[in-house]
Structures are given as C-alpha cells and as structure tokens.
Design a protein around this ligand. Structure first.
Ligand SMILES: [Zn+2]
Length: 73
C-alpha cells in the first residue's frame, strides 16, 4: 500500500510509448512510488526501461504507467 502525503505536482501528459495520457511524476516521486532511489530511476531512464519526457524547464518526468508493479521484475 502506498500512502502519498504530498500532493501530486504533475498532471497528466501524453506518453508516446504508452499511446495514451498518463500521469507523469518527477524522478523523486517516481523513486518514492517504486520504492527505489532516484539514482535507480535515472539509471532505468538511461536504460530506457522507463518512459519519460522532459519539460520545457528541462525537468525529467517519469511515466507512472511504466513504473507499474507488474512491469517490474
Ligand atoms: Zn508510458
């Protein structure tokens, strides 16, 4: 069970690999959701095992669809 004490900062955005609107979160939030360090998130982004996009401000947003537990090993 995940209990999020913080409000979601990010809204839904189009994810090309998913082909649908998905919820995008920051790397830190993604790390919290997946229960890993943000370093692991960045490594998974580099390995392209996570969907991501960059905002105009250069902030990395992670597709929560690709973070889903059933996509993890
Ligand atoms: Zn996606």
């Amino acid at each position: 069970m995940l209990v999020l004490s913080r409000r979601w900062v990010s809204a839904k955005a189009w994810c090309a690999p998913c082909g649908q609107q998905v919820r995008m979160v920051t790397a830190d939030e993604a790390a919290g959701l997946a229960g890993v360090s943000s370093r692991t998130i960045y490594r998974r982004v580099e390995a392209e095992s996570l969907h991501f996009m960059e905002t105009n401000e250069g902030r990395l947003l992670i597709c929560t669809n690709s973070l889903a537990p059933d996509s993890r090993r």
